[in-house]
Design a binder for this molecule. Structure first.
Ligand SMILES: [Zn+2]
Ligand SMILES: [Zn+2]
Length: 390
């Protein structure tokens, strides 16, 4: 057996050679696909996992399949994504039924209850299997090693009620109820965590509505999106702290992340989760313990101490020389993929500390190096401050 294996190995280069065609120029297009690697430090003994807790596919109103979402997340450098189709808004279902009319003797079946934001549900109920998109993504995830978190988005009228992601769901088909509060309870009953989505969307303020007050008072909300797509909800940084919610920055992606982020040279929004392991259990434990930060559009938001710990774990620094007056030259290097921005005094302009770059500081004798981290937010208008002991 062993000999056969060695013999097969020896054949491998030959078979590659056999495919070589001297008349065909292999261009750069033939390069294998390359995943973006986002390098982050370990912090307080935890790994930082890059997670998107909010995505859509063709099974609600997205443009791609759940399988594509998994591959896309892999290429974008993520460790985990939640598949969270709208329970109440499945725009593509009527098209799917038209496409499949050959199966029903040429008769196009009529889609029912695909828009429950504007219409009341009829007796026939939701006929789609809302667990299917998750199952498709889970199957695909084996190829890429990306963890799939089962979920669904409870999607109601946005101004008075709002949207909520049920995460770590067991059965998406038992979430719906005409009463939105009961929908949240149904999700909670099956052990889901509930994330308040895009809390200022289509509104003039991020203040809680009457409905939200009820949902919060009933203890139905576990986490909240500080960032969703291109919106950063500043007052929510404070609410998350005051109400002990996990924070998230998610894409809520409907088209491709390439067009929305990477073709513009940006990292996609991601929820940084500080966990022991990238499993459903590990990610859930971290969110329940509120060990997450929201990273979006160059900002990182959340708990003050966690932000400081992340920054200090991301850099290394050393005194490289001291002059006659005792002034030290300090070299600070950013060892991770997050771009940082700082100020050394109140009226100074913010300066970038780019990933994998170093900056020299002059620090007077007996002084420490104080940095205000201006692209980190631990409140609507508050930045964490760190002191580097020299
Ligand atoms: Zn939504
Ligand atoms: Zn959504």
């Amino acid at each position: 057996m062993k000999r056969l294996f060695i013999a097969l190995l020896a054949l491998l280069p030959l078979s590659a050679f056999a495919q070589y065609n001297p008349e065909t120029l292999r261009t750069a297009v033939a390069q294998p696909a390359q995943r973006l690697e986002i390098v982050l430090p370990q912090v307080n003994g935890y790994n930082i996992y890059k997670v998107d807790l909010h995505t859509h596919s063709i099974y609600s109103d997205g443009e791609v399949t759940p399988a594509f979402r998994v591959k896309e997340a892999y290429m974008d450098g993520l460790d985990a994504i939640a598949i969270t189709e709208h329970v109440e808004y499945r725009r593509i279902e009527p098209k799917m039924l038209k496409f499949l009319k050959g199966y029903t003797g040429g008769k196009a079946l009529k889609a029912e209850n695909t828009d429950l934001i504007r219409n009341e549900i009829t007796e026939s109920g939701i006929k789609a299997d809302l667990n299917y998109p998750v199952a498709e993504a889970v199957k695909e995830s084996k190829k890429y090693g990306v963890l799939v978190i089962p979920g669904a988005e409870i999607t109601r009228e946005p101004v008075k009620i709002g949207h909520f992601n049920a995460l770590f769901t067991k059965d998406n088909n038992t979430i719906y109820d005409p009463d939105p509060l009961q929908s949240l309870r149904n999700a909670r009953k099956q052990g889901a965590l509930i994330q308040h989505n895009h809390p200022g969307w289509r509104r003039t303020s991020c203040d809680k509505t009457e409905f939200e007050v009820k949902a919060y008072n009933e203890g139905l909300i576990d986490g909240i999106e500080i960032a969703n797509g291109g919106s950063l909800y500043l007052p929510i940084v404070d609410r998350a702290r005051e109400e002990n919610l996990f924070v998230a920055a998610n894409t809520d992606i409907h088209p491709t992340t390439a067009e929305y982020y990477r073709l513009k040279g940006q990292l996609r929004n991601m929820t940084l989760v500080f966990a022991k392991e990238c499993t459903l259990k590990g990610i859930r434990e971290a969110l329940e313990a509120k060990r997450s930060l929201a990273m979006s559009g160059g900002y990182v938001c959340g708990d003050e101490q966690l932000l400081k710990d992340l920054f200090l774990a991301s850099i290394k620094y050393e005194v490289i020389s001291t002059d006659k007056k005792g002034v030290r030259t300090v070299l600070v290097t950013n060892m991770c993929s997050i771009p940082y921005q700082y100020k050394t005094s109140k009226n100074a302009l913010p300066v970038d500390l780019l990933p994998y770059h170093s900056i020299q500081f002059k620090v007077a004798k007996d002084k420490k190096l104080n940095l205000t981290l201006t692209n980190m937010l631990c409140g609507a208008d508050k930045h964490p401050k760190v002191t580097l002991e020299l």
